[in-house]
Design a protein around this ligand. Structure first.
Ligand SMILES: Nc1nc2c(ncn2[C@@H]2O[C@H](COP(=O)(O)OP(=O)(O)OP(=O)(O)O)[C@@H](O)[C@H]2O)c(=O)[nH]1
Ligand SMILES: [Mg+2]
Length: 206
């Protein structure tokens, strides 16, 4: 896929702020600091499009990006950062869940996990939840630059084991936003997902 355009379409904390539900959307979910916003920037080839930070909890809103005027990538706030206040954590759940449950155009949620760590209980819960709603299947292992090649293989097997993935059918895709590696595999997966879900979107636009 060639990125011809990428622009911020909406920043939302509630449904009335979402853009119209008229096209396919792929959302990025995962723990805070796992690299969701960095991956978005890598994909669209624009370093500063989504804000990135060394401290967890950078993205606090649901950010919708229009890609090529034909689909959207949705950058979600991360879960599981320890400094979050209780009210934020509860608000996060409600905010993200209402998006994930209520969005007609949402075709897939890419679950990002850090290649160095065994998925957390929240990652596992998220993977199960996505499977249940038919939104799973795409797992991305971020920060692949942090491990050696040999180690990467072992880490991927461990991630498959923890998330109940079939290593032959839906192995995680290793990517590094730092080294800009793994993009081709990710593009191909996104293309396949969009093609598979190429049904006319609600409202008639494709
Ligand atoms: N080494 C390395 N660092 C990365 C990579 N991707 C992201 N980072 C770093 O990880 C930190 C968090 O990245 P973000 O993209 O802001 O993470 P996020 O998942 O959007 O975090 P929240 O918005 O808090 O949910 C930043 O310091 C990034 O520079 C990567 O592939 N390799
Ligand atoms: Mg972010």
């Amino acid at each position: 896929m060639l990125i011809k355009s990428a622009e911020l379409a909406a920043v939302a904390v509630k449904k009335s702020q979402y853009p119209p539900d008229d096209r396919r959307e792929i959302a990025f979910a995962g723990r805070s600091n796992v690299g969701k916003s960095s991956l978005l920037n890598l994909i669209v080839g624009r370093r500063g499009l989504a804000r990135v930070s060394g401290s967890p909890g950078k993205t606090r809103t649901i950010n919708f990006y229009d890609i090529n005027g034909s689909f959207r990538i949705v950058d979600l706030p991360g879960y599981g950062f320890t400094k979050a206040s209780k009210s934020f954590t509860e608000g996060w759940g409600a905010m993200v869940e209402s998006y994930l449950k209520g969005r007609e155009g949402l075709v897939c949620v890419a679950l990002l996990v850090d290649i160095r760590h065994r998925p957390s209980p929240q990652d596992i819960q998220m993977a199960e939840w996505l499977r249940h709603y038919g939104l799973g299947g795409l797992v991305v292992a971020t920060k692949a630059d942090k491990v050696s090649r040999g180690e990467a293989g072992r880490r991927m097997a461990d991630i498959c084991d923890a998330l109940g993935l079939d290593p032959k059918a839906d192995a995680p895709l290793p990517v590094s936003a730092l080294k800009k590696t793994g993009l081709e595999g990710l593009w191909a997966a996104l293309d396949r997902t969009l093609e598979r879900e190429g049904r006319p979107a609600p409202g008639g636009a494709t």
